[in-house]
Design a binder for this molecule. Sequence first.
Ligand SMILES: *Cc1c(COP(=O)(O)O)cnc(C)c1O
Length: 412
Amino acid sequence: MGESYENRNLIENIRSQFPILSKKIHGQDLIYFDNAATSQKPFGVIDRIKTYYRNENSNIHRGVHSLSQKATEDYEQARNKIASFLNASNPSEIIFTKGTTDGINLVASSFGELLNEGDEIMISAMEHHSNIVPWQLLAKRKKLNLNVISIHESGEIDMESFAKLLNDKTKIVAVTHISNTLGIINPIDEIIEKSHEVGAKVLIDGAQSIQHEKIDLKNLDCDFFVFSGHKVFGPTGIGILYGKGEILNKMPPYQGGGDMIEKVSFKETTFNKLPFKFEAGTPNIVGGIGLGAAIEFLDSIDHESFIEHEKSLLNYAQEQLTKIPNIRFYGQSQQKTSVISFNVGNIHPFDIGTLLDKQGIAVRTGHHCTQPIMDFYKIPGTIRVSFSIYNTKKEIDLFIRALKKAISILEI
Ligand SMILES: *Cc1c(COP(=O)(O)O)cnc(C)c1O
């Protein structure tokens, strides 16, 4: 299975933009297959961060001096870029957060204030812990009911279970676009449409979709969309919460402090307009600017070739892995992104992960912050390989060889 000439050139060009990919681990070329945990960073992002600290560092939204104005402009330009990349109606609907976890906590805490005893929240059985625990905390605090949509043995969401749970008490449905453990792409269009029919709002956890799918918020029509910068070629400690303006305007502030206010006195404080109402304190300025650079990088790659390349990696790896005796896959669907979770016989995933690392290959092992999925399959964890645009079929061949070697050592 060769790669087409054009594609090979495209991938080589992309690889050359990621300095870490030429690193050696235990004397071997690094093969990075842990992209669902975090992606690597291109020069565009690394250099932008360096330039900011070398030439532009200053606090924003405050100073009249030149540096402060330039930093403010760059930070707000990053917001505009992200808004247009996501096709949001207005940049004021784009709120900088620390990441997906922070965005979900913001919504659970602030939107949660608008809910009343007996109201219902719905999540699915395949959620990341960060889309479970904030809702559990809220449900407890406000005496709400938390319902969980079940999944099929294949790992796909059970849409009958969803339909059964949905009712006019459902106020918010919070589901992941793509499962970080199973790689399955959920039918979120249908979930959003049906939820809206009963008046429920929908939060989409886009932590695994922003780097693979083209997100068009106007078309999607979800009420909230959250993701982390670090999984989409950007820095850690920065993320985005998109919310529809009319809903964000009704929500109380999440945290109080500088920048989120309009006027403060001991008698009364009034709050700033969107998006600043939800951005208390000095933000992660360089993070926002770095995320802007990451989005620029993503935008520079032809999306069709991107998707096609990742699909071919997924299919090729799946084909090769299937030949391994006693392999069991978790998460099988026609709608899948380039994430594969598996186990081999009774071998503990950590043991395989360790032996792969010795051969320079980074994979993820464990529960992937989705313990309910592990309980569902009655396993302690899985080995997860996840591919990005810069991975190649040659790397998959080397991985398969290394995996076979690890298995042969562990099986005796
Ligand atoms: C990574 C991930 C999260 C959490 O993201 P953080 O960057 O750790 O806040 C949430 N949901 C999914 C689906 C993820 O993959």
